[in-house]
Write a protein that binds this ligand. Structure first.
Ligand SMILES: [Zn+2]
Length: 381
């Protein structure tokens, strides 16, 4: 398979693992890529033969390596240092809505991300900020399982938010990357959340595949879905449980189970069911938060919180003057942390407006029900 490394404007052939080391048979493009990757690699996790870093370093847990990366990057990279200082200054306030709550976050630095222009225009007009050769001078990451670089996010919404960016410039997509999604949950372990934004509903780089990872417990929805009265069990097949969440103001599906393969299959089936119901070939608009826990009493190992979407932004985003509300919901917003880069929005948003925004951008009840019915049928087949 040929991978297009747009960053270098030279097609790289073969697996990126071959770019590591400087053995014989490397093309000039691969050699350049390898040199750049070595320069940008702080540490390696789970692979990377021929790389000079020690075995002891490879044996460290992924969260340990990530915290070390933050600590080193704060010293070496001024932008990150400022980003951490800045996060202390963001203002937050809680809003009560019908049956749930959200936390508004006034975060002016997120204006670029919130206002990000459409995918096509974006592709033509900007340099991809996740491509290796466009990373800022001081930025380094953890080479993750040969194909991804884990990077500190200099403009985070959540504390210790990392971006897990593919080494190749390739479109954002979940179906062909489900394995990595689960592997990340497994490698980070309990206490961490892996986040996915679809290319048309929250991904800040829709043309460069990536995930986000952050410590758990920062989004209100994580507690709300622990209330049993909010969960309706829709289906149990092969030890995968599908719940629909009610009284949270937006459509939320939960998949839970102990068997990783069965869970991966269930997510694929749910995506297929959505596509069929929506009569589309491309990826359905979706945000996902994934959690992994060592099995405890009455807890299942894997939990996916899925937000099927109808729109990326509410109509109010496109209005002019005072009618405009700059909110651009991605997975963190759907999880209950609503970022408002403009102070006037932070001050004026109320529970009723937030409820209407969630309703507008979430997949409608009837279509969501159809997808669940189809999913249940296919899971049983
Ligand atoms: Zn890129």
């Amino acid at each position: 398979m040929t991978r297009n490394c747009k960053a270098l404007e030279v097609p790289l052939t073969g697996d990126s693992t071959q770019c590591l080391g400087q053995g014989g048979g490397l093309t000039t493009a691969n050699y350049l890529m390898n040199t750049l990757l070595n320069k940008k690699t702080y540490a390696i996790f789970g692979g990377g033969r021929n790389h000079p870093k020690s075995h002891a370093e490879r044996a460290k847990s992924l969260p340990t390596l990530c915290f070390e990366l933050v600590s080193k990057q704060k010293k070496a990279w001024q932008v990150l240092r400022e980003g951490f200082e800045y996060l202390k200054e963001v203002r937050e306030r809680n809003l009560s809505c019908r049956g749930f709550s959200v936390r508004l976050q006034y975060n002016p630095k997120r204006i670029t991300s919130s206002m990000a222009i459409g995918v096509e225009r974006n592709r033509k007009e900007r340099q991809c900020f996740l491509c290796l050769n466009h990373l800022p001078e001081g930025q380094k990451g953890i080479l993750y399982r040969n194909n991804y670089l884990i990077l500190c996010n200099p403009m985070p919404v959540l504390s210790f938010q990392f971006t897990v960016s593919h080494l190749d410039h390739r479109d954002q997509a979940i179906a062909e990357n489900i394995d990595t999604f689960f592997q990340l949950m497994d490698d980070f372990g309990s206490g961490w959340t892996v986040l996915y934004n679809g290319p048309k509903c929250g991904a800040s780089a829709p043309d460069h595949h990536h995930f986000h990872v952050a410590p758990s417990g920062q989004m209100p929805i994580e507690n709300e879905i622990r209330e049993e009265k909010k969960l309706t069990l829709m289906k149990q097949v092969q030890d995968v449980f599908l719940y629909r969440v009610k009284d949270v103001g937006r459509e939320i599906i939960i998949l839970e189970g102990d068997d990783r393969m069965a869970m991966e299959g269930a997510l694929k089936n749910y995506l297929k069911a959505l596509k069929k119901v929506l009569l589309i070939d491309e990826e359905p608009m979706i945000n996902i938060a994934g959690f992994y826990k060592e099995s405890q009493w009455e807890e299942r190992k894997w939990r996916l919180v899925i937000f099927p979407r109808r729109k990326h932004r509410p109509d109010a985003f496109f209005k002019e003057g005072d009618d405009r509300i700059v909110v651009s919901p991605g997975v963190i917003e759907m999880g209950g942390v609503l970022v408002t880069p403009l102070e006037k929005d932070f001050e004026r948003l109320d529970g009723v407006t937030v409820e209407s925004i969630y309703e507008e951008v979430s997949l409608g009840g009837k279509i969501a029900e159809k997808a669940i019915t189809l999913f249940c049928k296919e899971q049983s087949a």
